[in-house]
Design a binder for this molecule. Sequence first.
Ligand code: GDP
Ligand code: MG
Length: 258
Amino acid sequence: MSLMFGKPKPCNFAPVPERSQAVCNLVLLGVMGSGKSALTVKFLTKRFISEYDPNLEDVYSSEEIVDQQPVVVKVMDTADQDGPVNSERYLSWASAFLVVYSIDNRQSFEGCQQYLKTLTLHNKALQPETPIILLGNKLDMDRYRQVSKSDGSALASRFGCLFYEVSACLDFLSVQRVFHEAVREARREGERSPPVPTPYISEDKALVGLSSAPSFTTPCYKELPAPATAKLVTVKSSRAQSKRRAPTLTLLKGFKIF
Ligand code: GDP
Ligand code: MG
């Protein structure tokens, strides 16, 4: 009899049993005010929020089709008060991270670095790596820009992540493209990861060799629903759907969309 130890990092896409959908978990990180919630809502509803609860943190789920593949995308819109201090809740949950700053706010850009350091450290310790995308938001505020595109790009290169600039209040497709890319990155990472060799101990507790740990044979997919048919559900609470108040339609918990 062999005792297993050395637990490999699980692929954070749920394995895909026959006839069920792949699941992909996206986590939005960044300092308060960078536009994480606005981007989340834009992606899920094609709309720009005008009122929000800055302290709201929740996970939203949306059934989508991306690259002809159905996938349940779960989006965690975080609301850290003090940077990546209590990061455990998302580090092992995430399939990919979107680290957001606002191009018109240098401080929000500086704030990203702490997140990138934390995530890179996490990635170094465990395989497979979780993809990270650096995202400069509020591109519509270009005339008030405090962070150049080249600064964003340089920071992304330093941490080996992708980089985009978008606006939550401009076109939906640019925002969707970024979320889709996060899905694809996570999928690629899942496909790249070979079965994780796991050492085992024999009954006399001597390390005797390696055995192949069970690996996911199905790639980790994260796919987004067609926006028009997206089904919005808060994972933690069903209250979201019941908050309808004329003339404001609350589609997601805490988000009022006029
Ligand atoms: P969070 O704290 O990161 O979730 O930031 P929010 O999504 O709550 O956005 C903070 C503020 O920035 C809100 O007043 C939003 O309306 C605004 N905002 C978010 N995204 C954009 C954007 O792309 N352009 C502009 N002009 N404002 C934005
Ligand atoms: Mg928010």
